[in-house]
Design a protein around this ligand. Structure first.
Ligand code: FE
Length: 356
């Protein structure tokens, strides 16, 4: 009992220090054996990630699963009483929002700074601390009906709004974070005025009003309801690797194109993590984030959930991603933090053009 109190006191001291200085630098500090994670990663294959960490460190993980919005709402409601140590979110715009809303405890970690490319993490503060880190990436690509649509008619994002594709486009809600980030990146490439015209063109090309998730769009292409759809790569990879014949049939019917290979490259989004603002186990939290950029964990993102590692130079051993890209593809280089920052502007454009 006294030992627990000491541990708790140390943990509180380091948190207090972090609050005063505004960031937390991992150093010799309290070791408790618990880590509380709030996760928006909705992927059952992640279980192995957590159990491997516990096996390696003895740190027990307690997890709350919700969607990004649910997690953010919960953190705000809990305030400084929140037990969350780690926050995992699956989109750049949400990570940016969390940073702006002060939900994260910026940290300094040489391991994370070396592993995560600068464009895939938050812009460091003046004191060098970083609010969040991208941990895996996914590309937002176009799938099309191989029987009805020509690949060269959909190999750029711009063509999704071209009148030649009228009545063919299916896409989930424009306000979904995956689309807010894609449109936020387009705003960086084209400027706001041309992006708004592009959004209006997509509304005019829709085969139906936006509904469902990315997998629903892929299935609607396979069923013939839509000619073209927009999806994150891992949803398609999941269908390609499924043992269910119906899923395999869907994957075989559709073609996939990584847009804008001849110009700025395909839009890439991140799933990422941060230490929670009021983390009670900040040392364990940093340890966990550092574990997530280890080769084993990065490989797990690639092979378990069909994402790309953020760490460069790892060999990718995923047949679906391999088949989709032929090995590699060109991804855009806009800083993901700038993409997140554009989301309010994008939402206003969506409202103006009637993109539900
Ligand atoms: Fe998703």
């Amino acid at each position: 009992m006294p030992r627990i109190l000491t541990t708790l006191a140390c943990a509180l001291t380091s948190v207090t220090a972090a609050l005063i200085t505004g960031f937390y630098a991992p150093a010799v500090s309290a070791q408790t054996s618990v880590l509380n994670i709030y996760s928006a990663r909705h992927y059952p294959t992640d279980e192995a990630l957590y159990s491997d960490f516990t096996k390696a460190t003895g740190i027990q993980i307690n997890r709350v699963d919700s969607d990004d919005a649910g997690i953010v709402a919960r953190l705000k409601a809990e305030g400084s009483a929140s037990p969350a140590d780690i926050i995992l979110l699956v989109d750049a715009s949400r990570l940016w929002r969390g940073e702006v809303d002060g939900l994260f405890l910026p940290i300094q970690s040489k391991v994370l700074e070396a592993a995560v490319p600068a464009e895939l993490r938050a812009k460091p503060a003046d004191n060098g601390a970083t609010a969040w880190f991208g941990l895996s990436t996914r590309a937002r690509v176009v799938v099309y009906d191989k029987l009805k649509v020509k690949r060269e008619d959909v190999d750029t994002y711009e063509e999704l709004a071209d009148t030649k594709n009228k009545g063919k486009l299916c896409i989930r809600s424009g306000s979904h974070p995956y689309n807010l980030s894609l449109f936020g990146a387009m705003t960086e490439h084209l400027g706001p005025a041309a992006t708004e015209i592009w959004l209006k063109g997509m509304v005019d090309n829709m085969a139906r009003a936006p509904k469902g998730g990315d997998t629903d769009q892929i299935k609607a292409v396979a069923s013939g309801e839509c000619g073209i759809a927009v999806t994150n790569t891992y949803y398609l990879a999941r269908l390609m690797r499924s043992t269910n014949p119906a899923d395999k049939a869907v994957a075989e019917r559709v073609g996939v194109v990584f847009p804008n290979q001849q110009s700025w490259g395909t839009h890439v989004n991140v799933a990422g993590g941060a230490v929670a603002r009021y983390a009670k186990n900040p040392t364990n939290a940093v340890k966990f984030l550092e574990y997530l950029v280890s080769p084993a964990a990065q490989n797990h993102f690639a092979n378990g959930n069909n994402e790309w590692p953020v760490v460069k130079g790892l060999k990718l051993d995923n047949p679906a991603l391999q088949a989709m890209t032929g090995g590699s593809f060109k991804s855009e280089l806009v800083p993901i933090s700038a993409v997140g920052m554009n989301q309010i502007k994008v939402q206003q454009m969506l409202d103006r053009v009637g993109f539900k």
